[in-house]
Write a protein that binds this ligand. Structure first.
Ligand code: ATP
Ligand code: MG
Length: 355
């Protein structure tokens, strides 16, 4: 099986962390009998410099043909002065829209060896394994809005939240399908006691649940969920929610791990999936070879799992990361006395060795 992977290193630490992840992906693919062909393309600030646009036509054409996309990060202070229509971040929004990526998956795992980095007590976070599934194409981020203006003598502005049954069904089905490969539990999060869109969400979630009798679905209000995530996060397996609630809850859940450099994400639609670490381009440490490549390497694991159904390969990458951490290897962001400090490249090689 020959698969086309588009790499978009982007800006800042992007090229350093993508190089580490590419090596891991190549080895994991070979072990699982998949052959990858890589193509590298520009987006973000690098593309603005070269083509005066954050998302060049050549990159768009390549991602449309691709089987999966691995992205580093885009943006940085060099592009703070460019006009709003061509900001580097527009590249991500453009890719999401172009590829119809309606689901954003953020797994948050806390192995025992890194539990002490969290600001929460180790007994609360050790063994946490939550997957947040956020709806990415609808809701209040795309609803009708009115910018601030004078209405009856007072300045006003508004945004609207709207969800259709098909939008809710497809994200709930995806959540149930991924739960089947995990612990068969889905928590659907809404605010159905107040919002009409949430009442449709809850009703539809309950109906979709009947298609998956091996998956248990609970409903939770978003305010309670926000509290439960830091109070007893181990109760959760898959959490599925709207665009706005998912944005907030996934950042909150990321805090459980104690480091932004560790977390991967997958954005899925009907075409190729897009995989990237949750952090930005970290311009403050770019070019120094000290960035943590683990978020990107774990994104490569998600790529194997969700784009190619290569569950074994994904698990092997995750195990290689955990092994390397358990052996005491850390990049600078997670270094503590008594452990071994590695550069980005050395950490990548260590994980490769353990794969
Ligand atoms: P964006 O707007 O693109 O999300 P940001 O301003 O939120 O960017 P990041 O680029 O994510 O910020 O960086 C936030 C902090 O975390 C910085 O101090 C950065 O150095 C650090 N950081 C981010 N990613 C990593 C990483 N992979 N390894 C080490 N440190 C990182
Ligand atoms: Mg950020």
């Amino acid at each position: 099986m020959n698969k086309q992977i588009v790499l978009i290193p982007g800006d800042g630490i992007g090229p350093e962390i993508i190089a580490a992840a590419q090596a891991v992906l190549t080895k994991a693919a070979a072990k699982s009998g998949i052959q990858f062909t890589f193509e590298t393309h520009l987006a973000g600030g690098a593309a603005i410099d070269a083509y005066d646009t954050p998302l060049p036509g050549k990159t768009l054409a390549a991602v449309r043909r691709a089987d999966a996309i691995l992205l580093g990060a885009v943006g940085g202070p060099q592009w703070d002065q460019v006009s709003p229509e061509i900001r580097p971040e527009k590249a991500i929004l453009g890719l999401r829209k172009e590829l119809g990526l309606y689901a954003n998956l953020r797994p948050v795992r806390v192995p025992a060896v890194t539990a002490n980095y969290s600001t929460l007590k180790p007994e609360i976070v050790t063994g946490v394994d939550v997957l947040i599934v956020r709806e990415l194409n609808g809701g209040i981020y795309y609803g009708e809005r009115m910018e601030a203006g004078m209405v009856e003598g007072r300045e006003q502005a508004w945004d609207t939240e709207s969800y259709s049954r098909p939008e809710i069904e497809r994200i709930l089905r995806l959540a149930c399908q991924v739960a089947r490969k995990r612990r068969n539990k889905v928590t659907s999060v809404d605010k159905a006691n107040v919002l009409a869109s949430s009442r449709l969400w809850r009703k539809t979630a309950g109906q979709v649940a009947q298609e998956y009798d091996d998956v248990r679905i609970d409903h939770m209000y978003v305010d309670n969920c926000a509290m439960q995530l830091v109070l007893s996060p181990k109760q959760f397996d898959v959490v599925v929610t709207s665009n706005l609630f998912g944005d907030i809850l996934s950042d909150e859940a990321a805090v459980l791990t104690g480091s932004i450099g560790m977390l991967p994400s997958a954005s899925l639609g009907d075409g190729p999936g897009l995989y990237e670490p949750i952090h930005g381009s970290a311009p403050d440490i770019a070019g120094q070879g000290i960035a943590n490549p683990i978020g990107t390497i774990l994104s490569a694991a998600l790529l194997m799992r969700h784009s190619f159904g290569a569950e074994a390969a994904a698990g092997q990458i995750e195990a290689a990361v955990e092994r390397s951490l358990a052996d005491g290897y850390r990049t600078a962001d997670l270094y503590q006395p008594g452990l071994t400090k590695l550069s980005t490249e050395e950490m990548g090689r260590k994980i490769l060795e353990n794969l």
